[in-house]
Design a protein around this ligand. Sequence first.
Ligand code: PLP
Length: 374
Amino acid sequence: MNRIYFDNAATTPLDKEVLDAMLPYLTTHFGNPSSIYSYGRETRLAIETARKTVAKLLNAHPGEIFFTSGGTESNNTAIASAVRDLGCKHIISSPIEHHAVLHTVEHYGSDDVTYSYVKLLSDGHVDLEDLEEQLASHEDRCLVTLMHANNEIGNLLDINAVGNLCKKYNAIFHSDCVQTVGHYPIDLRKTPVHFISGSGHKFHGPKGSGILYVNDNIKIHPFILGGGQERNMRAGTENLYGIVGFARALEIAMKDYEKDSAYIQSLKTYIIDALRKNMKCVSFNGDAEGKSLYTVVSASFPKTEKSEMILFNLDINHICASGGSACTSGADQGSHVIRAINNNPNLVTVRFSFSKYNTKEEIDTVVEKLKELV
Ligand code: PLP
């Protein structure tokens, strides 16, 4: 059975070269990085080398990179720290963030901390005028948490414009970059941001590996208490092979960026053209052909008795796609993102997301199948 995997925004397969880099740290190089003898010294060196690699690729200082368990932990930490340590009394976010941000904002935005959402333009982009008005209307310090790229519709944020507004109003800026770290060159020395989150499994690295970038100019307190790991900030024996895998995956992603991004963009253009040609009823969500991730296409079709079962039927036909984020795959309870940008109960939505391992032939097969299923 040949399966077609078009859900790379949910997760990606591990690259063979990444596995090769990790394997010694699952077998022979097993020392606890905190141990002082040779086993420990060799694994400590692997972690610090990984940190330097990641920092260099993102143009940050090694001291600004903290290894975490993934995007969710990084988002939680950034938001919690901004409220607890940096004096943020109001949080500005958007209704189309990942739940790892939305639920955290709701959690911390209670009692003496408030929160609000920016307005969205009709194509799903953040209304920067509204953001500025909201920043100007708060005397207390704000935290702005806005994602760099939306995982469901692909819209890309002008992270520099948002960062500059935050600077103007002395706000703290966190960006969930889970869909862009490893997919775009990011130069943190030139990007006005205090925190970014990244996740290894979105670019052919291991699951359960991530980073939180914390700009040197801000000082936050430890986020997990215990031992002195991660320079006293995140206690617990390090996810050694995950960290090694994260760094190797990022290295490969950045080395091959030009080639891979052009190829994946060509797949995106190809499926949009093929769907338009073959299915007149299709519409695309967000700014699909404008400022948008090259990996993601969100397509909607009229809701009928048949099309309502589309994800289920794609699955039966060995095609893996989702209705939105990973949590809504399969049993589609409707996506908060799609609801926020196009509140149309008469449509069903499918997200296709691609990697370097997909082909145009797979797209042809999927489009043929969709003609039967819609
Ligand atoms: N943020 C975004 C935009 C995501 O797409 C995801 C993963 O689906 C996450 C955060 C959570 O990342 P992780 O799975 O590494 O916890």
